[in-house]
Every structure is written in C-alpha cells, then in structure tokens.
Ligand binder design. Structure first.
Ligand SMILES: [Zn+2]
Length: 452
C-alpha cells in the first residue's frame, strides 16, 4: 500500500517539517551530505509511520487542474488535514493513513472548487423594469432621462441600509454557491461616496463571514462618475485617491483596487492616478479594460503588474504581449457580451499565442450581466468565445484564482492547497461546459467539510 510518492507529498506539507529551510542555494558539500542523510532518515520515518488526517475522500476521478490542465487521476484519493490537502494521488498509491472520517463516492468526478473572480454582487435594487422597458421599445436615452441606468443603481445602493444590502446580496450569492463556487470576488462601485463605498465593502466582507465561502473584496470606486461630480471627473478621481482608497485600505476592507477605463468612464491618465493610490496603499490592481473600445487599458494594467484585465473585447496583440510579460490574467465576461449583444469577441487566438492565462467570471451586476450561474458562463465561453471545455474549466479554477492572487493556495487539487473541491456525478469534465442551464447535482467541500 505504501507508494513511493507518498512520503514526498507528505514531507512537503508537514507543518512541523523544517527541512525546506536547508535548501539554500549556496549549501556546501558538507551540508549537501547532511541533506541526503537527513532525507533518507526522514523518508524512513514517514514511511514507517502512519499519516493521520481529518478526512479521506475517494471513489471518483480527480480532475486536478494542475497547471491549468485536466490532469485526471483515475480512482483518486484526497487526504485532508486542518482544511488543507495533505495527500492526493491514485487510490492504489495511498500510503499508510488513518482518517477520522472517510467518504467514498460512487463514481463521478471531483474538480477544484469554482472561483468567480469578477462580480458586483452587492447593490441596491435591480434593473429588471428597465430591461422590460427596453424590450418594449423604450430607448436608452429615454431611460437615462428618467434617471435609469447605472445612476439608478447608485441611488438605490446609497439609499439601502447595510442589512438590506446584505439580504439582497445573499439572494444572489446562494445560487452561485449551490453550483460549486467556493471563492468569489466582490467589488464596490455603486456607492461612489466614501461612506457608501465602505458600506458595500463591509457587506461583502460580512457575506464571507456568514457563508462558507472565501470572499475577496475589491474597491471599485472609479467605476462611474457620480452625478454630483458631472463635468468634474478629475475632482472625483482625487476623492477616490485621497480618501476612498486610503480609508478602505486602512479599514482592511479591500484586497485589491479596480477601475473602469472607457470613454464613458475614466481615461487612462485618471486610471494611472487610481493605480498610484492603490500602490501607496499596498493593494494590487485590476482593470475593466477594452470592453467597448481600445484605449490601451490592458497594457496600462500590465505596466502596473495588475492581477487581471477584464472584458478585453477590443484588446490588441500589443496588449496581449504586455499582459503575458506581466503575468496579468485575461478575465473574460461572456454574460455581459451576451446581454449587450456584442459582436466583437475577445482575441482568444492572441491570448493563446502569447500564453496569456484566461479566466471566466459571471460579472454578476444589475445592468449588463445579471448572471447567477458561473456554470452557464462556462458554456457561454465555449459557445460564444470558442474556448475549449478544458480552457473554460481552467478559467473558473486555477486562472480565476490567479486573477485574485490566490494561485498558490486555490484553484487546483494539489498537496498544500486548501481542501475546496466539488464532487459531480458526471462522467467527464466537459459535461460542466456542455449542459446548458439547470442545476447539476453536486457535493461541495469547503475547507474539508461538506457544505450544506
Ligand atoms: Zn465588472
């Protein structure tokens, strides 16, 4: 039963093991000899002693998504301790192991927990009336004249108290969780005042406390120009840079900073200022870029080593090269593309050519993507953008984790990562992209515990 790979995997993740500290680049021969002896002794010790874990899961094929590929382990096993994966491999290679709890599935596949890396889940009201008006022939201009569009969401968000915002966001978050999401990013951006932006971020943080899901928050105060700043965009950017970002950072409410670089939002020069403020606050940046026109936002994001540039329908080859060099993830948002009935696809071939990591997200928001299903976005990324099912699954696992700076702890099934995974009674991972709508049955494991 004791497979050769078991002690290696275990040794890497053992919390008491100080061994890696000895792997210094300038270790002399003496130290190297000691290293070999130490390694041999350690392997003897670990091979002769039993690994203990809190839970052991087997009876399914593991779609590990290591390196963003399926890397399927047929009839695999996962051992979990303290909420982390401590051993993973084929069941036949299981080392001597004792588990407090053992769970055996009757076939199916296990994927990493899904990561939705771009949402605007916290907002007041909704825009379904506007949606209906538009389909009854009312023009955008008339709707805007009635105070519709993003301005109506800003007003509703400002007028809604924290408790109500929380309840409304719970309504939208729960369907995402039910289909396997274990990590979600949530942006501010509908408050556009210091108080209401911080209110949105507090609600986002609270969601992560109330539900078994990892929440990463992003301050998107530079989302739109608030009506009271009409004609004074630079003054508003000063408020964002001098007050909102520093206050959000000081309160520990933001994990990143985002902005919307577009003709109808903010210019590249204004975004530069926002990024400088983020850097002063010690926060990584992201950018809504090239959704409706090519302004060079994604190259700007890459210059600032952004975690991601998002939308990207109008990104160029230069943008793709810059993003590849900086390790900036391309986050594709097929829900907004679909709802706006866009015709210009993001340049998938260029992202492939330059090996830009691609992620997929719901962009859940009241105006352009009221999407409550990440799995539907997987299908749309395949049908509308022609991603392969393997690329699409990488887009909601490892690459989505990378878009949040979490690639070392999330997004794939590997020893040392968090034990967030989903069991699906499916025969192959392509089914996740294939079934159109509906809710596939699944068992979600969050930090090693079945999520109810
Ligand atoms: Zn967005």
């Amino acid at each position: 039963m004791m497979g050769a790979i078991a002690p290696v995997s275990y040794r890497r993740s053992h919390p008491d093991n100080k061994f890696p500290a000895l792997l210094l680049p300038h270790a002399d021969e003496c130290a190297r000899l000691f290293l070999i002896v130490y390694t041999t002794m350690w392997e003897l010790v670990t091979m002769s002693s039993e690994i203990h874990c809190d839970s052991l899961w087997y009876g399914a094929d593991l779609v590990t998504m290591r390196d963003g590929k399926y890397h399927i382990l047929h009839d695999g096993a996962i051992a979990v301790r303290d909420g982390n994966i401590v051993w993973i491999g084929q069941r036949a290679a299981l080392p001597a192991i004792s588990a407090t709890k053992t769970v055996e599935f009757d076939g199916g596949i296990i994927t990493p927990g899904l990561v939705d890396c771009h949402t605007h889940l916290v907002f007041g009201g909704d825009r379904s009336a506007e949606f209906e008006q538009r389909l009854n022939g009312v023009s955008y201009a008339e709707i805007a004249a009635q105070g519709g569009g993003i301005v109506s969401t800003v007003k509703a968000t400002r007028d809604t108290d924290e408790q109500q915002l929380l309840q409304q966001a719970l309504f939208r978050l729960k369907p995402l969780l039910a289909e396997g999401v274990t990590c979600v990013e949530i942006k501010s951006g509908y408050g556009l005042t210091p108080q209401s932006e911080l209110k949105m971020l507090r609600v986002a943080r609270r969601l992560g406390e109330l539900l078994p899901v990892e929440v990463k928050t992003t301050c998107l105060a530079a989302h739109a120009l608030p009506p009271e700043y009409a004609g004074r965009a630079d003054d508003y950017i000063d408020l964002v840079c001098d007050t909102i970002i520093p206050e959000a950072a000081a309160a520990g409410l933001a994990d990143a900073v985002d902005a919307f670089c577009e003709h109808l939002a903010f210019s590249p020069q204004q975004v530069e200022k926002v990024f400088a403020a983020a850097e002063r606050a010690g926060l990584p940046v992201k950018l809504h870029a090239e959704q409706l026109s090519a302004l060079g936002g994604s190259a700007l994001a890459a210059r600032h080593h952004a975690l991601s540039a998002d939308h990207l329908e109008y990104a160029t080859e230069q943008d793709a090269q810059a993003m590849a060099a900086a390790g900036t993830v391309a986050v594709l948002l097929p829900g907004a593309y679909y709802l706006l009935r866009e015709t210009q696809c993001p340049p998938i071939a260029l992202f492939r050519k330059h090996q830009v990591a691609m992620a997929i997200a719901s962009d859940a928001n009241p105006g352009t993507s009221p999407a409550l299903s990440l799995r539907l976005m997987i299908n749309m990324a395949c049908t509308l953008f022609r991603l392969t099912p393997e690329e699409a699954l990488a887009g909601v696992t490892l690459n989505a984790a990378r878009a949040l700076g979490l690639q070392h702890s999330h997004g794939s099934l590997e020893s040392g990562k968090v034990a967030d995974f989903v069991h699906w009674p499916l025969s192959r991972p392509a089914e996740l992209a294939y079934w159109l709508g509906g809710q596939l049955p699944c068992t979600v494991i969050f930090r090693g515990e079945v999520r109810q």
